[in-house]
Design a protein around this ligand. Sequence first.
Ligand code: NDP
Ligand code: HEM
Length: 504
Amino acid sequence: MSTKPTLTSTSGAPAPTNRTSQTAGSRGPVLMQDHQLLEKLAHQNRERIPERTVHAKGWGLQGHFTVTHDISQYTCADLFSQVGKTTEVLSRWSTVAGERGAADAERDVRGFALKFYTEQGNWDMVGNNTPIFFVRDAYKFPDFIHTQKRHPKTNMRSPEAMFDFWAGQPESVHQVTILMSDRGIPETPAHMNGYGSHTFSMWNAKGERHWVKFHFKTQQGHDWLSDAKAAEIIGQTRESYQEALWNMIEQGKFPKWTMYIQVMKEEEALETDFNPFDLTKVWPQGDYPLIEVGELVMDTFPENYFQMIENAAFNVNNVVPGIGFSPDKMLQARIFAYADAHRYRLGTHYEMLPANQPKASKVQHYHKDGAMRFFSNDFGNPDAYYEPNQYDGPVADESLQEPPMRIDPEAVAARFDQEESDIDYVQPRALYERVLSDEERDRLHRNMAGGMAPCTDGVKERWLTVLKKVHPDYEAGVRRALETGEHGDPSLPVTDDTPIRAAE
Ligand code: NDP
Ligand code: HEM
């Protein structure tokens, strides 16, 4: 007798076979009564779920976050309440545009999503590896994403569409500069920073609110790939990130990040010369220094990718008492988008799937029933299924109310154009002029030229006009690279004098 466990049907009955159909005679047709075969084929038809509309290709790990510095003066959030406090975390990193089977080493912004399973419920930090974004009004987001996805007729990616959109949307130039810089293709997810990107808020036990930005700085350093190196890697494997993360965990080289916040007093937001709620802007670190908070260590490979990473539902709405939103228009729109996407992609009770279920807090609410209601929510008393009730059903804790957010008393409801202005060029200029070295600028010119090489002259000229507003040298450098063909087009041979610091 076999010592292996017995195969069963999905209803638990021992299965006599997993190989041989029941047929009328050895050469005969299959009998419909072989319901296990029907079940097996039917299940296969349901193995795929819709991929994420953006950020479809992703990689994830499990780990934990430990507080190293006290920030209780800014937040009463329990996860930051004590130095040494540790919280379990699920991460998912992703590219934005590629489909679920896309190659990992493509030039793209990377998603950087973290789910902190805190004792006050899940806090999701759903950011990117860039501190800013391409657009600052949600009306523009679906159009932007269309330019990143496939052309309706050619069914190919379209640089013409990308640069056409950006040229008509110069607020994008800050993010496009980062995308075309070395950081546009991190060597692995471990070699990049994560940012909350939006301005969020924190409030403390005294009910004082501060605006904050979240930063997760890589402790591995910023290793990156040139276009040519990335093309070589993609020729060998499409899964370079998944492989790298697997190897890191197998070898015990757990990737780590240091968490910082930037803090702005609530009233100060009215005084800055840039809009601190504009997602195309950073807060200069000289004015708003990084304050260290803790360390993130990702040390565990999930047992089941689909269950923990594909089924993960990260949501900017998942905040905990002490952390809140800000007036950022894009953030406000995201508050709608994620839960809607999750209901479509995963179903009504997506929050009770293993990846999303709170691990350190108890879920107690009065939502009832629905498709796939596989958990109980009876609080030990089935009579307490509405609220208010005479029983001991859960009640709201009013002490956790967010302090009132001051709104400009003069505010009127209207559509306020956030048109292009000089201030849109100040920060990309600082990046270009002050932060990047000569070699980094040179590679930026070449990468950008490579990206726009397939575009029509009209689109090229419109984009070059935007670059000129950032810095004349920027425009001149990209134009030169376009004219000489010394650009990041991976189909071109890499010359010996091409400065490459990319990971070998
Ligand atoms: P700082 O000199 O204080 O900081 C420069 C920042 O730029 C550092 O955080 C550095 O990250 C980051 N950086 C370096 N190379 C790149 C790159 N290729 N792509 C993206 N970021 C990069 O300057 P400021 O705070 O005054 O900001 C100047 C400019 O730096 C900004 O306009 C913005 O473009 C960029 N930046 C600013 C950030 C901020 O939060 N203020 C964050 C990231 C970028 P690291 O320390 O990890 O090397
Ligand atoms: C994923 C919408 C802006 C980061 C998604 C998804 C949607 C979406 C629908 C798929 C969710 C899912 O199926 O699980 C939007 C909208 C935006 C916006 C409408 C603007 C109005 C942003 C910005 C950032 C961001 C600014 C970063 C700062 C992410 C990340 C994911 C994601 C990291 C993947 C999460 C994961 O790993 O599961 N977005 N997004 N998005 N978005 Fe956004």
